[in-house]
Design a protein around this ligand. Structure first.
Ligand code: SF4
Ligand code: SF4
Length: 709
């Protein structure tokens, strides 16, 4: 795992009246235990990975409470776990990254939302939206609306986040509806504190199991004709019950201000940004005391019309701050106001952009524009405008001073085992011609950036092989699909491999076997060989593939570029029809370095011999054409001035961060480049004979060098 959560696990034991300090997402873990959750599951992904990581690491405490934790193989299996709450008064929580995870879980969510739940069901989704996000820019809000799930979007401060988790379970039970708790990136990583309560042992768990299963009730199954009744229940009973609960428990917040003719309706997750904009425009202090009244929607769905109407009544203009497209809330508010014949003018998209992240500068400009258009009675609109203009000018000046910074696209770590595969693909294409490459989700998608620029499509996690199925029959050469081992277990095995075999597909699949779901923080998965798998045999990708009928299968060590290149060529050119799979084997270097560094430190402490491999470039041989850099993309390779006064091209050099993976040397060999690379071993605590050999070399080698004339 990426990091240790020992400190956070300890914080989960805090009791009544103590203080929890940390990140928003970690506050959620404590709030779950305070809410008496019986089971927790999920699939890792930023920005909510740490929730599951902490729960997995806290197995001992959870065992004491009887809380079951499941590391699910994908989001669909996590969502399906919530089925326990359909028939039993069990509180359950699951987590994943949205929108992509919610897409994967959609089938289970629909089937869960239809019969509804008895026990509280909470889905903690990391809303990965905005310019730091790594997924498609869509809103989870649409899922809430289509399946009638309630969507909480808490103000990013820890007491509010914790309150929403606790109320989320109660809301779910009061309205028999699963509840989604949307945590935006900033809400996950905001730091703060809250006063804790004792953990609550669930009434039913593995420590106190049910004596008998729930009574069979066809009406609780999402099957026709029950589904027809479920649809009516959602509209006639569950939504009104939810709206009543939200009102009675004050889940949304109204914050007064001295300006009475205008106001702002803001989604909870965007509140901090709006308050910051108001404070920079002289309309609020940094602690949240605003001159403009605010209605903060900690519940994004359903809308509570009575609250919206009460807030808007008597105001000439209200700004709705709702990030992303479409403007579901703005439309709904307009409809409610028109129905009630309230003539408040709603501003929203127009002052603010229709799409994209509402960052500080966007909100500042949007709020300033609203003030300029609405002109509140006792606000100096000209002062607001000049403050906004001054901030924008300052920002433009700062940006201009950074104009020469080169772009820094993300890339593989130094020594990554996946980089050599793409070097091999580039080299193979010199002989094969261009290939259609179906890329996938995971670290290997970094190959879509320079210097590889490989990947004609990405269609979802574990979907590369399935996506090349449509290309293969029409392509002159077999397409190559890339898939990580994480994607393989997530759904690539079924949607890609099984489908290809079933349909007698004819393509090439490269499975990157690095041992972890690396892009999300090196969590373990079914084929991981690690502490989680202790006592249980890890699943084997090769055996699995053979078992379901793959016959053309090669396992190649990723760093052996020449072998990888030959194997790829053989797979693409083979006369044999059918799926060809290459397992590209190499442990995630980041995880390896973390492991090896700790092991080496221990060995050094014991006075044992430790060897570190480094690569270097012989300055007198380097031609300065830099093919090695273009073919490997290793960030430890850079350039420096040529020491030869007669040559002007800068030469390649290896910097201190080199982990000695050997790719640069392999690439130079496979591509028949110059022989400049050398391999060196830095030995600590050497043996006596190594010391003796070193002394001998030091004495003899200088004598072999040519003497200066
Ligand atoms: S985390 Fe591991 S697999 Fe991912 S880029 Fe880094 S070394 Fe490669
Ligand atoms: S410089 Fe060479 S040996 Fe060092 S990490 Fe980069 S590719 Fe590997």
């Amino acid at each position: 795992m990426e990091r240790s959560f020992a400190k956070e696990v300890e914080a989960l034991r805090l009791g009544d009246g103590e203080v929890f300090r940390g990140e928003g997402i970690l506050a959620v873990t404590k709030a779950l235990l305070q809410s008496g959750v019986s089971y927790v599951g999920g699939y890792q992904g930023a920005p909510v990975s740490h929730l599951l990581d902490v729960m997995v690491e806290a197995k001992e405490l959870l065992g004491e409470l009887g809380v079951h934790v499941e590391t699910c193989t994908n989001e669909a299996s996590a969502a399906a776990m919530l089925g326990a709450s359909v028939n039993y008064p069990l509180r359950g929580a699951v987590t994943w990254k949205s929108i992509v995870g919610t897409n994967v879980a959609a089938d289970a969510l629909s089937n869960l939302a239809s019969p509804g739940v008895i026990g509280g069901a909470l889905i903690v989704i990391g809303e990965d939206y905005g310019e730091g996000a790594s997924v498609i820019q869509e809103r989870s809000h649409a899922f809430a609306m289509k399946s009638s799930l309630w969507l909480l979007d808490p103000r990013p401060d820890l007491p509010t986040i914790v309150r929403m988790v606790e109320h989320g379970f109660a809301l779910s039970e009061a309205s028999h509806t699963p509840v989604m708790l949307e945590l935006r990136i900033r809400a996950c990583h905001v730091t703060g504190e809250f006063v804790t309560k004792d953990n609550v042992r669930p009434a039913h768990s593995n420590l106190a199991p049910f004596a008998t299963p729930a009574k069979f009730d066809y009406g609780r199954l999402p099957h026709p004709p029950s589904t027809y009744a479920h649809e009516r229940l959602k509209v006639d009973q569950r939504m009104p019950a939810a709206q009543a609960f939200i009102r009675e428990h004050g889940l949304n917040e109204t914050m007064p201000g001295d300006v009475s003719d205008v106001g702002i309706i803001v989604l909870g997750g965007l509140y901090n940004g709006v308050n910051r904009a108001l404070s920079r425009l002289g309309l609020a202090d940094v602690f949240g005391v605003s001159r403009l009244p605010l209605y903060v929607m900690n519940v994004a769905y359903p809308l509570v019309p009575e609250e919206v109407k009460a807030f808007c009544a008597g105001k000439r203009a209200v700004l709705v701050v709702e990030e992303g497209f479409p403007d579901y809330i703005e439309q709904a508010i307009n409809a409610e106001l028109r129905r009630a014949d309230i003539q408040t003018r709603i501003y929203g998209k127009g002052c603010l952009p229709k799409a994209g992240e509402y960052k500080a500068d966007v909100l500042l400009a949007g709020v300033a524009d609203f003030i300029a258009q609405a002109r509140p009675a006792c606000v100096d609109a000209d002062d607001v405008r000049s403050r906004a203009a001054a901030i924008a000018a300052q920002r433009a000046k700062a940006s201009a001073s950074l104009a020469d910074l080169p772009p820094r696209p993300p890339s593989f770590c130094t020594g990554c085992p996946e980089r050599p595969v793409f070097s091999a693909i580039k080299l193979a294409q010199r002989d094969l011609g261009p290939l259609h490459i179906s890329a996938d989700i995971g670290c290997h998608s970094f190959a879509t950036f320079e210097p590889f620029s490989l990947g004609n499509s990405i269609l979802g996690y574990g979907m590369s092989l399935a996506s090349s199925a449509g290309v293969a029959p029409s392509a002159a050469r077999r397409p190559v699909a890339i898939m990580g081992d994480g994607g393989f277990w997530h759904n690539g095995l079924i949607s890609g491999v099984a489908s290809s075999l079933f349909n007698q597909g004819d393509g090439v699949l490269v499975v990157m076997q690095n041992g972890y779901t690396s892009a999300t923080g090196q969590q373990f998965m079914p084929s991981s060989v690690g502490p989680v798998a202790k006592g249980a045999e890890p699943m084997d990708i090769e055996r699995t593939l053979r078992a379901i009928g793959v016959t053309w299968l090669r396992r190649v060590r990723t760093y052996h570029v020449r072998t990888m290149m030959k194997t790829l060529k053989a797979a693409v050119r083979s006369a044999e029809r059918g799926l060809k799979v290459i397992i590209a084997d190499g442990e995630c270097q980041l995880a390896r370095q973390r492991r090896v560094r700790a092991e080496n430190a221990e060995r050094l402490k014991r006075g044992e011999r430790v060897v570190r491999t480094r690569y270097g470039v012989d300055e007198t041989l380097c031609t300065g054409d830099h093919s090695c850099i273009r073919l490997s993309g290793c960030p430890s390779l850079t350039i420096k001035p040529n020491p030869d006064p007669l040559r002007t091209e800068p030469i390649t050099t290896v910097v201190e961060s080199c982990v000695g993976c050997g790719l640069c040397g392999e690439v130079a060999h496979a591509a028949v480049l110059c022989p400049s690379f050398y391999r060196a071993e830095v030995v600590r605590n050497p043996r006596w004979w190594e010391r003796a050999l070193f002394m001998l070399r030091r004495a003899v080698v200088p004598g072999l060098a040519p003497r200066a004339a």
